[in-house]
Design a protein around this ligand. Structure first.
Ligand code: TYD
Length: 207
């Protein structure tokens, strides 16, 4: 079972990804993008540094490069070994941020995503929806390249995510990200139990 979490910055995905991975059992692999391999963590450092100027196309290709390495070295071997994988962001992030918010085009990003992942798709994607203003209040500390972009950018990303969810309702399930942490975690477990996703058929769901 391959589950991804998506949402704008400050939507609480990282907390929920961690709780979900713990709930699915210790054999579950928890990953975050960009990152998860030595090369991808180095690429993350470049992407996270707002002081490094990057052309949007270079930014797009760096996210894809990091993901290609992660898919080959971590995700596919884990799935092949029968493990569950929970990934904090995946291809939908690139569609929403680079394809739509950066304006590079959804078609281009979808083609690159396909080439990058070899067609691997999550069995289930949890979209944590939250008002960008509330999300911004949650973020503290130094802003990264994207948190720096401001509210309008996050609104565009949020709109792009809603379109993805509307286009693929079987894979992408939207949840209210403003809920309290424990309530949202419970809602996520409920959704996974109810999900008719074929890849979830024999997954070890707790409770
Ligand atoms: P993330 O680690 O989720 O941020 P944080 O932990 O600070 O909440 O993601 C880092 C940033 O990278 C985030 O602003 C979204 C962006 N991003 C893209 O623009 N495209 C992508 O393909 C991915 C994976 C992330």
């Amino acid at each position: 079972m391959f589950i991804t979490l998506e949402g704008i910055d400050g939507s609480g995905k990282s907390t929920q990804a961690k709780l979900l991975a713990e709930a699915l059992g210790e054999d579950t692999l928890l990953l975050r993008e960009p990152g998860g391999t030595e090369a991808a963590e180095r690429i993350r450092e470049i992407l996270a540094d707002p002081a490094i100027e990057l052309d949007p196309r270079a930014e797009l290709l760096l996210f894809c490069a990091a993901r290609a390495d992660l898919v080959i070295r971590q995700i596919e071997p884990a799935l092949a070994a029968g493990r569950s994988v929970v990934c904090d962001r995946f291809t939908d992030s690139t569609v929403a941020y680079q394809g739509v918010a950066r304006g590079l085009g959804v078609d281009l990003v979808e083609r690159l995503n396909e080439a990058t992942t070899g067609g691997l798709k999550p069995d289930l994607t949890l979209l944590l929806r939250i008002d960008p203003e509330i999300a911004a209040q949650r973020l503290s500390g130094e802003a990264d390249r994207f948190e720096d972009e401001g509210l309008e950018f996050q609104r565009t990303v949020a709109g792009a995510y809603d379109e993805i969810a509307a286009a693929e309702p079987e894979r992408v399930l939207a949840l209210d990200g403003t809920q309290e942490v424990a309530a949202l975690h419970a809602a996520i477990l409920d959704l996974i139990r109810q999900s008719s996703s074929p890849g979830l058929g024999n997954a070890p769901i707790p409770g």
